[in-house]
Design a protein around this ligand. Sequence first.
Ligand code: AMP
Length: 438
Amino acid sequence: MAASALTTMKKILIIGSGGREHALVWALQKTSPEPIEIFCAPGNAGIGQSAKLIDIAINDLSRLVDFVEAKKIDLTFVGPEAPLVSGIVDKFTARGLRIVGPTAAAARLEGSKIFAKDFMTRHGIPTATYRVAEGPEQAIECLRSGEFGDAGNAVVIKADGLAAGKGVIVARNRAEAEKAVADLMVHHVAGSEAARRVVIEQALNGQEASLLVFADGRDYVLMPAARDHKRIGENDTGPNTGGMGSITDASVLEQSIQNRVVSEIVEPTLAGARDEGFPFNGVLFLGLMLTEDGPKLLEYNVRFGDPETQAILVRLKSDLLSVFDAIYSQTLGTLNVEWSEGSSASVVAANRGYPGKYESGAIIEGLDEINRDSVQVFHAGTATDASGQVIAMGGRVLGVTAAAESLSSALNRCYEALGRIHWPGMQFRRDIGRRGQS
Ligand code: AMP
């Protein structure tokens, strides 16, 4: 009996190595009615406790394809943007392999800020006004022209291409904007090719929110709206990070505003992508600014966000693999995707020094004392040392995540668990989820 069960067990590959991927592996296992076998390339120490780690880098598309063929993987799902922008979905599809995610053509919505802004304009999607600058001289000329206000006005400079979160600079005035142009375009802080061209954009004010949708090219399913906290320091101070925490809560996006986001942004995006010949399959992430003039789209991501995913997936009640299958077979419209009522929170614990140069290598204590019925500890930058102990290796190390009937009780669960976890150099924000901060 056991042997036949094993031979029919579905094999899934998750690509990536962060807290997002750990949450994906956990959610797949938790929601699947049948046992599934999960592989993760390259993964981390936490993922390795429940999935088989495969030592292949996320951008090594040839080896990933070969592995999937040899192992007869039933379905592959990609966490990070870089392989999607490089065309991993096209490559797998050409070899007849099942993969869920956008094609390279659809991934341009994240891979090029200029493509995304022009797409928003073509489809009447509300966004900040902008100009494209082809080089530093044109950028400076545009800033000095006064089109984006006088020298005291805030303005945003964005590198066109993927820049690992370092490509957007919100400048408080023209002097800062000119420095941003020099940093991005002349000194190539963000990576040379990515910042050859930039978008110069009106700075918007308001609360931010993230709305993620599953999309199959025809139909879509909304996930609970999320908000992340980007700054390293409490009270929204210090430099930006990959994200120090996230929440889902009804207050993040009121129903009436969400309805506007759906009709003014989600539906025109999916219809526009279809009309332009690249129907969107996978997870589409909308980074929103809720301004006095209504919701505006700041950016698209063509995949799950990190750490929003952790807070979203702890509320998923339906079978995640069925959702992925439905995206692949374009049957999302027939699926009822259920979420738990209430709220959730995810608090990131990082190594001291992050997002700059950080300490690493300390043993993490207390992980065994966490009650996994109320809190999940998703690993990001962790590894296992020679004696099998989990050590804090990356910048962001853990994402302690909980769902509950209210935001305050979800946060209490996270902070209670964080009180039991310790390593030298551990840092985390104590104000995740407080309104008015990001
Ligand atoms: P993006 O990658 O375009 O979402 O930019 C990253 C972050 O920069 C956003 O989450 C915002 O906090 C900020 N940002 C981007 N565009 C704008 C804008 N037009 N006005 C104000 N802040 C912005």
